[in-house]
Design a protein around this ligand. Sequence first.
Ligand SMILES: *[C@@H]1O[C@H](CO)[C@@H](O)[C@H](O)[C@H]1NC(C)=O
Ligand SMILES: *[C@@H]1O[C@H](CO)[C@@H](O)[C@H](O)[C@H]1NC(C)=O
Length: 314
Amino acid sequence: MFLSTAFLALASMLGSAQAATYRRTDSVQGTQFNDWFDYQNIRDPTNGRVNYVDRNTAISQNLTFAGGDTFILRADSTRVVQANQAGRDSVRIRSKKTFSTHVAVFDVRHMPQGCGTWPAIWETLEAGWPNGGEVDILEGVNDVGPNAATLHTTPGCTMPAHAAQGMTGSWKQMDCNWLVNGNAGCGAYMRERRSYGPAFNQNGGGVYALERAPNYMKVWFWPRGVAPPRDIGTANVNPDTWGAPEVYFPDTQCNLREKFAANHIIINLTLCGDWAGAVYPGTCPSNCVNHVNTNPGAFREAYFDFKSINIYQL
Ligand SMILES: *[C@@H]1O[C@H](CO)[C@@H](O)[C@H](O)[C@H]1NC(C)=O
Ligand SMILES: *[C@@H]1O[C@H](CO)[C@@H](O)[C@H](O)[C@H]1NC(C)=O
């Protein structure tokens, strides 16, 4: 009895010694998005039916729009795409900076929706991928929720069954190795149904947060109307006070320090491609590529509306 009480006291001291207060280092809103991120007019690595445009094209075609506390990023919804073109104009942006231990908070009002859409907010190091790891914070296809948060790594990284006790979401796959399960990664569905797609948008979006600590990662989501922790939006945050995350990735069977390098934050919106195209539902019109080519008006809701991104570091 004495021993276990002493042990608990010690464990709680250790726990509070580790309790981290992160300080805000970056606050990105409105026009600041255009300087904080690079526009990547590259061929889509996931073979989507998109044409990622450069910064000038995006701004002049209003595919991105920045003002006040709004940053919009969208796919074109006005033009028919010809068969010989790469795809529908869209946007992919990547942070100029890279981050290791940090907290990233994304306040999002609207996310891309519609048949064939495959939006993502994620972090990776593309050079040498997947050696620097990948964490997908918000990602999905064809409006199917809830959101799943996922890691992709080199072999030798799995999630333990006990992780489920520290989170509200539920595991989909537990091996993070990109070489198995068709690179599905280790990911868990969030319990909150309003974390993705039409349900997310109808509710006015919400706040996503990632904590990447040296020995774990956690992802939270607070739908609009559910107050996020009070320190969010202030100069310092302490995620230890935020309660159980939706998804918890501990390092017990995965050396996160080795599997993850400093990563960029990337926001992309592709259409069809390796995932959304492969599981394009029968409830959507024709096939994915034809739908994208011929129905510009179907992409009016295919946009992100960001209120802000805040980054906190130790
Ligand atoms: C550009 O997009 C913004 C946000 O959706 C909108 O308010 C504005 O009217 C658009 N501008 C033009 C010229 O279409
Ligand atoms: C964005 O591109 C990366 C590949 O660089 C891919 O892993 C990710 O799934 C893509 N997501 C979207 C939505 O395009």
